[in-house]
Design a protein around this ligand. Structure first.
Ligand SMILES: Cc1cc2nc3c(=O)[nH]c(=O)nc-3n(C[C@H](O)[C@H](O)[C@H](O)COP(=O)(O)O)c2cc1C
Length: 162
């Protein structure tokens, strides 16, 4: 089986686009993610795959919490920016002039205009292949709109119905 065909087939997995946010002390980073999903209903838990080089993972390991923000169809610019710059070199929230909202159960704020913000406390961390799987219990959440989600499909950001 060719690697190219495996990659093409994996591209057929349609994912939502989101942001993993962590505030640790004075440092606050937002990283674009497509490899995430709900993985438990009782307790409610999500999982996200983060490459070990991600700055956000460094903050997450120290903070033990994160906010998973689900992006709306009209937020491609946020996904592109937060997915192509590292918080090691800049403050993405300042650069994008992103409004944040205080969370209710954890210290990391949410993204004000995201479709939904899921406040998570880290429950497990596994090394798997070339990514780290983080699972988090959703301890509070807020839905902000009923817009369509932004998607990731065929290895690119994609839009609902297109
Ligand atoms: C659409 C999109 C989806 C992405 N999905 C993931 C992902 O699921 N996991 C991951 O580790 N990186 C993912 N990335 C790459 C990171 O967002 C990117 O390397 C980012 O600049 C890391 O920032 P940081 O160093 O501030 O954490 C994605 C990038 C884009 C544009």
């Amino acid at each position: 089986m060719s690697n190219a065909e495996i990659s093409r087939a994996l591209g057929k997995i349609a994912c939502p686009c989101g942001l993993v946010g962590v505030k640790q002390g004075e440092r606050h980073d937002l990283t674009t993610v497509a490899w995430f999903t709900q993985e438990s209903s009782n307790p409610p838990q999500v999982m996200v795959a983060l490459h070990p080089h991600r700055y956000v993972l460094e903050l997450l390991d120290a903070a033990g919490e994160f906010v998973l923000s689900i992006l709306a169809d009209d937020q491609e610019h946020i996904a592109t920016y937060c997915g192509s710059h590292s918080g090691r070199d800049m403050d993405k929230i300042k650069e994008l002039d992103l409004a944040t909202v205080p969370s209710t159960a954890i210290s990391t704020p949410g993204v004000r205009d995201a479709l939904a913000n899921l406040e998570c406390k880290v429950s497990n961390r596994y090394q798997s292949g070339d990514h780290i799987i983080i699972t988090g219990q959703v301890v509070a959440a807020k839905v902000n709109s009923d817009k369509k989600p932004l998607l990731y499909y065929e290895h690119n950001i994609a839009h609902w119905g297109q």
